[in-house]
Structure formats: structure tokens, C-alpha cells
Design a protein around this ligand. Structure first.
Ligand SMILES: [Zn+2]
Ligand SMILES: [Zn+2]
Length: 645
């Protein structure tokens, strides 16, 4: 029999019979691997584990530990759910059912409006089908056959999807599992029995293809795991995430307010939130000052012509508030969707020489976007937000070093916030050159230099072709918070298009005019989003240097108010952010209350303290720290604040 050579991830090569399946190959390694393997990656393409392999190939087995393995697992569970729904509601029609970052969903069209209590019934049915251990069987077929099958089934949604597939370019396949058949590219698990622990999370409405003119389908979200322990851990994490929800904590800790009286998606910073935000801004300002950034301030609106030049208007019209028209005449203004064009005007305000570059303008600049109201979410999706923006004008030969400088700043900032684990994506162009502006040879050079910069700065990165902005390649930073959730925060973007559109120039050493390259960058991304993430990351228990209230002063009765006032005044004088609790309440009640406010230190004052001219200190979650002199306490706090512990 003809043999094929299979190369494994560790580089080892083994021979197998031509037509051996992934499962057989896994089995030859170990029974355990054959059991755990959910799918197989053959030369980079994920396939069903039972598909025969007919060529020399590189093979990697995917288990639940791999992201791609999870994807197969969760997508297969979405079929299982659709199957269960078909059993319970035979009239059901199905939209799409993909895997998502955590779990899966399926959009369904049935006559009954489902409620949360129906989910348990569906779950039970799913468990039944899982136990049948039906194999997922793939069948490739001509388009006409697929069309007549779904016509007979009366499934218009699948017919609509089919009508858009060009069979010359794409194989058409269906997957059968028990008596449930779905139009699907796969890949899938070998059988339903692999799906062990299932939890359906919730139901929401979803317009077919996201278009509100179409029928609203019911979208059911769920998740599944091969081990009970994994499901339990996931649910526990979800519970913890709920407790940390920045919308809930933002209200309890008086950080921000969003009220329809002002407008949806327009956050208002309350005093405590403002202190938090200003502390972060000042921290970044100081780091930027050390690195040669120059502060600027620009207006919240700009002449519409500025945005016609940049191309933001009319191309991004949909995501902007409509222009403000002056009564008198023709002038129109736009709430600024971006800070860039304003900063370009500063660059243009005088002639620039090659010796002046890099020039780094920085501003916490508020921008306005008209997000759909359904998309708005606390501080993380809003209609007005401040970007910790900077535009850096560099010569092409300075680009790489400057990108390294920016990466270094972002690393310092993330490290300070306790985001120890972050990944980056280098978003590059693809071969569809029409999509991109500027000189393509410069792009290639920039992409090469971005990789060099990323390597030099020891970034963990993936390269994604085709995800660049139209004006240049970029680096996006994804952080993992304390619960392991991923957030996209900082960004560094190279721009070859705006310098042309705004005719930015400098005089080179050759006396000729040259174009600078622009770097747009924001370590936080936006103050709103960053603080939303930070609240959840710290669960509202901010490190002392960031905490809006660092200390509360609690006299145990009115008899000690005078002494407590003196202590409080002394703390304020030493720049400790303190609050004086003069409520006529028992000290036990006050302590419990300040615990819920997550304030780190409480100064308790009574007879003993007044006589000894000292203070008693309690620490949040830790308890009694004993008696200290006020000076000792102040220097302890100052030390913590200074070192940002
Ligand atoms: Zn599928
Ligand atoms: Zn910009």
C-alpha cells in the first residue's frame, strides 16, 4: 500500500498508509490522544478527525485546550442545540449558529416565544441526544441538491445563504447528526457523545442578518465543556464577573453617571470618578513628558471642511452626529470624530525641518461617535469619549525607533496597571491593493519594521493580513484582566494617507520637501473604556495611588468629633484623599459601610486614641492594624502612593 509522510508539531515524521484518518494517526500515538482529539489541523486547515489524509502533510491534533478545538466543540454543540429544538418545535427554521469567544449561539425561528425556563427543557433534550452519541457525518453535494433539500424542508434562511454561495469557488456540504441535517462547512466533532456538560445562558432577539427590516429571530446563547469541573469554574467566573460589572460598581462607588436627561451613551464623571480619571491622566502625562511629548488642547468641534479633507466626512457619516449648521450661512461644524486633523493644523502652523522630527503632540481629546443605541454599554461603548491621543510626526528612517518608544510606553503603562499578560496583533495589508492608500513600497517597509520593533520589544504577537486600516498597518494590544477576559485597549497605527491629504511636509537635509509619516497611538485607548475595564479588573478595589478615597476618618462618637476633625485636616494637608464620617451612627455600622465602599484604610478615633494622641487603623478586608502615630500612618500611605503599590 502507498505510504504518506506525516509531520508532527515537534518536527518528527512518521509514515502511514495513504488514506489513514486523523483518528487512526492519533491512535497510533496514544489511545488518550485519540480520545481527546476533537479535530485535526492538516497543513493549517482544520478538518474532521475521521477524514482520510491522502498526501504528505503536517498534522496537529486539536483538543479542548486549543482555541480552534474549542471552536469545533462549541460549534458542534450549536448543532446539537438546533437538533434539540427541532425535536421540541418541529416547525423550527434555523438561521446561523457559530461558535463565539465563549460558547456558541444559534438564531432560530419558531412559533413560540421562549423564556428562560424553556432553556432547561432544551438543555435536557440536548443531554439526551448527546447520550445517543450520533456521529456527525459530512456529505459534500452539488448546490442543486442542497437547494432542493432545504426547499423541501422549507428552510428559507438556509436557502438564502445557499443562493449566495458560488459553487465554482466553494464546496457545499451538509452535516448529518441523528435526524438533524444542517448546511455547514464544518468541521465537527466525531460524535455528539463528546459534548458532556451544557449550559444555555440566555435568549435575545436578533434580526436576520442584523437588518432591522428583516424578521426578528430568537438567539439562544450557550456553552459546553468536556468536564464538569470546567463548567463549574466557568459559571463561578461568570458570577464573579457580575459582581465586578463596572456598571454596577460605577454606581455603587459613585464613579460615573449616565442619564437620559443628558443623553444615552454620554457619561458624566462624578467627583470620585473624576479623581480617578485625573490621576490616570496625570500619570500618563508625566510618562509622556519624560519621553518628549508636547501637550496640546484643541476644540470639541471643527469646521466640516477639515473632515472632508481627512475623508472622515462623508465616509464615516453613519457613525457621526449630524453636522451643526450655523443659521446665517454656509458654515458647518462637526463634533470631532477624531483628534488627528486638529493636530495636523498645529504641525502645519510653521515650517518644519528634518531636525525638528519626531514631533509628538499629545492630548486627552474628547471625540464623538454616533453608536447605535443597542450597542451602548456602560463605559465600554459610549458616544463621547476621551482618547489619550497622540500624533507623532517622524521621518521614514525614524519610524522603527519611534514605534519601539511607543511600545515601551505601553508596556510601562500596562505593567503599572497590573495587566501582566497581554498579546498583540500586527494588522497588515493583504493583496487587495485597491483597499489601501499611500505608497505600497513604504507599506512593505513599515510592516517589516513593525515586526522588527515587535521582536526587539519582545512582544507576543500574531500577524493578521488584511486587517490593516486603509491608511497603514497597525498594532493592537489585547490585555487579559484579573478574570482572564480579553480586552482590546491600546493601539499604534502607522499612517501614510493623512500626511498626503493634509500636505504635511518637512525640509530634508537635502533642502528638498519630504513627507513625514504619522503615528497615531493611544496606550489606554479611551479613558472611558479603560476605566470601565480597570473597575472590573480591580473589582473596585483600586491600588491606593488610584483610589478616589484613600482613607476614612471615623470617630466612635460625637465626643471625639473635634479630635477627628484635627486628624482629618492633618491628613488633607498631607494630600491624603480622606473623608470624614460625622454620621451619628455606631462605629460598627460605619466600618461595615466603608468596607462596602472598598476604602482601603479607616482611622478609628475614641477616648484611648485622643488621650494617647495617636490613631487606630483598620485595613479593608484585613482588619485591625493597631495603634500608630499620625506621622507613621501618613508616611506609610505616602510611601504606598509614591511607589504605586
Ligand atoms: Zn456546523
Ligand atoms: Zn489620530
Amino acid at each position: 500500500m502507498e505510504k504518506i509522510k506525516i509531520t508532527f508539531p515537534d518536527g518528527s515524521v512518521k509514515e502511514f498508509d495513504n488514506g489513514a484518518t486523523g483518528y487512526q494517526i492519533a491512535e497510533s500515538i496514544s489511545q488518550r490522544l485519540a480520545q481527546d482529539a476533537l479535530a485535526v489541523e492538516v497543513d493549517g486547515n482544520v478538518k474532521d478527525i475521521r477524514v482520510p489524509i491522502n498526501n504528505n502533510s503536517s498534522v496537529k491534533f486539536l483538543t479542548f485546550n486549543d482555541d480552534k478545538g474549542k471552536e469545533v466543540y462549541w460549534h458542534s454543540t450549536s448543532h446539537l442545540m438546533a437538533h434539540a429544538i427541532q425535536e421540541l418545535h418541529p416547525e423550527a427554521k434555523f438561521g446561523v449558529g457559530p461558535a463565539i469567544e465563549s460558547g456558541f449561539y444559534y438564531d432560530i425561528d419558531i412559533d413560540t416565544q421562549l423564556t428562560e425556563s424553556d432553556l432547561a427543557v432544551i438543555e435536557k433534550k440536548m443531554e439526551e441526544i448527546s447520550k445517543q452519541d450520533n456521529p456527525f457525518v459530512r456529505q459534500d453535494l452539488p448546490k442543486s441538491e442542497a437547494v432542493s433539500f432545504f426547499k423541501e424542508k422549507g428552510d428559507n434562511y438556509k436557502l438564502e445563504i445557499l443562493s449566495e454561495i458560488n459553487e465554482d469557488h466553494e464546496d457545499i456540504s451538509i452535516y448529518k447528526e441523528g435526524n438533524f441535517i444542517d448546511l455547514c462547512r464544518g468541521p465537527h466533532l466525531p460524535s455528539t457523545g463528546k459534548i458532556k456538560y451544557i449550559k444555555l445562558m440566555n435568549i435575545s432577539g436578533s434580526y436576520w442578518r442584523g437588518d432591522e427590516h428583516n424578521k426578528q429571530l430568537q438567539r439562544i446563547y450557550g456553552i459546553s465543556f468536556p468536564k464538569k469541573k470546567m463548567l463549574d469554574e466557568y459559571l463561578l467566573k461568570l458570577e464573579e464577573a457580575k459582581k465586578r460589572d463596572h456598571r454596577k460598581l460605577g454606581k455603587e462607588l459613585e464613579i460615573f453617571l449616565i442619564t437620559p436627561a443628558v443623553g444615552t451613551g454620554l457619561p458624566i464623571w462624578l467627583p470620585k470618578g473624576t479623581i480617578l480619571r485625573e490621576t490616570l491622566e496625570n500619570y500618563l502625562r508625566e510618562e509622556q513628558r519624560k519621553r518628549g511629548y508636547l501637550p496640546v488642547i484643541t476644540p470639541h468641534i471643527g469646521n466640516i471642511n477639515l473632515y472632508k479633507t481627512s475623508g472622515h466626512y462623508p465616509y464615516y457619516k453613519e457613525s457621526q452626529f449630524p453636522p451643526l449648521k450655523l443659521e446665517e450661512g454656509k458654515e458647518e461644524y462637526l463634533l470631532k470624530p477624531m483628534n488627528c486633523p486638529h493636530h495636523f493644523q498645529i504641525y502645519l502652523s510653521k515650517p518644519r525641518s528634518y531636525r525638528d522630527l519626531p514631533i509628538r503632540y499629545a492630548e486627552f481629546g474628547t471625540v464623538y461617535r454616533y453608536e447605535q443605541s443597542g450597542e451602548l454599554n456602560g463605559l465600554t461603548r459610549v458616544r463621547s469619549f476621551a482618547v489619550d491621543d497622540s500624533h507623532i510626526f517622524v521621518r521614514q528612517d525614524q519610524l522603527k525607533d519611534e514605534v519601539c518608544n511607543v511600545i515601551e510606553l505601553i508596556q510601562v503603562v500596562f505593567d503599572q496597571m497590573g495587566f501582566k499578560d497581554f498579546e498583540t496583533q500586527l494588522s497588515f495589508r493583504d493583496d487587495n491593493l485597491e483597499k489601501y492608500g499611500g505608497d505600497i513600497s513604504l507599506w512593505d517597509k513599515a510592516q517589516k519594521e513593525l515586526v522588527e520593533a515587535a521582536d526587539k520589544m519582545k512582544l507576543k504577537y500574531v500577524i493578521k493580513d488584511g486587517e490593516a486600516a486603509f491608511y497603514g498597518p497597525k498594532i493592537d494590544f489585547m490585555v487579559k484582566d484579573a478574570l482572564g477576559r480579553r480586552w482590546q485597549l491600546g493601539t499604534v497605527q502607522i499612517d501614510y494617507v493623512m500626511p498626503e491629504r493634509f500636505n504635511l511636509e518637512f525640509t530634508g537635509s537635502d533642502g528638498q520637501k519630504h513627507r513625514p509619516v504619522v503615528i497615531h497611538r493611544a496606550p489606554f485607548g479611551s479613558m472611558e473604556r479603560f476605566i470601565g475595564v480597570l473597575i472590573e479588573h480591580f473589582a473596585g478595589e483600586f491600588p491606593l495611588w488610584l483610589a478616589p478615597v484613600q482613607c476614612a476618618v471615623l470617630p466612635i462618637s460625637q465626643n471625639y468629633f473635634e479630635y477627628a476633625k484635627l486628624v482629618n485636616a492633618e491628613l488633607l494637608k498631607k494630600k491624603i484623599r480622606t473623608e470624614f464620617d460625622d454620621r451619628n451612627e455606631k462605629v460598627g455600622f460605619k466600618i461595615r459601610d466603608w468596607e462596602t465602599k472598598k476604602v482601603k484604610y479607616m482611622v478609628i478615633l475614641g477616648d484611648k486614641e485622643e488621650k494617647a494622641n495617636n490613631i487606630s487603623v483598620r485595613q479593608h478586608k484585613t482588619g485591625d492594624l493597631g495603634s500608630l502615630s499620625l506621622d507613621e500612618f501618613v508616611s506609610k500611605l505616602q510611601n504606598e502612593i509614591k511607589n504605586k503599590i
